[in-house]
Every structure is written in C-alpha cells, then in structure tokens.
Design a protein around this ligand. Structure first.
Ligand code: FES
Length: 72
C-alpha cells in the first residue's frame, strides 16, 4: 500500500528501511524522502514506523540499533 503518494513510498519500503537500520521516523524520512512534500502522509508514515519498530522490538527481527528506539 502506498503511504506517500508524492514520493511513491510504500509501507513495505518503510519496513525495509527499518530492517536495514533506520531506528526512527526521522531516519526513515531522511532515507526515503517520505513526507517531504505535501506532508499529508506524515501521520500514517509515523504509524507504520512505530508499528514496525515495536514489531522488531518484540523480537521478530534483528535490528542494528535497538537501543535507540524513538516513539516519535
Ligand atoms: S503524500 Fe507524502 S509528502 Fe505528499
């Protein structure tokens, strides 16, 4: 599903970015460019980031920097 239409970013890409080392909404935004144009997707993007981080934290996947979880 597309989260950010302006940048063409999907929820899958956001998850992938987190699995690859992004530890916060800010990291994801910087790496994918999500919510850098109209900003309408920011809420949903944050939600996806939060869900994925808590999924990762509950042990479904290894993460490069687990200690710096930010609940944005
Ligand atoms: S939909 Fe993401 S910046 Fe516009």
């Amino acid at each position: 599903m597309y989260v950010c239409l302006c940048q063409g970013v999907t929820d899958g890409q956001i998850r992938e970015a987190i699995y690859e080392g992004c530890c916060s909404y800010r990291d994801v935004r910087e790496s994918l460019g999500v919510a850098t144009q109209c900003g309408k997707c920011a809420c949903l993007a944050k939600q996806v980031v939060r869900d994925t981080l808590s999924e990762v934290q509950s042990g479904h996947a290894a993460l490069a920097c687990q200690a710096s979880f930010v609940a944005a």
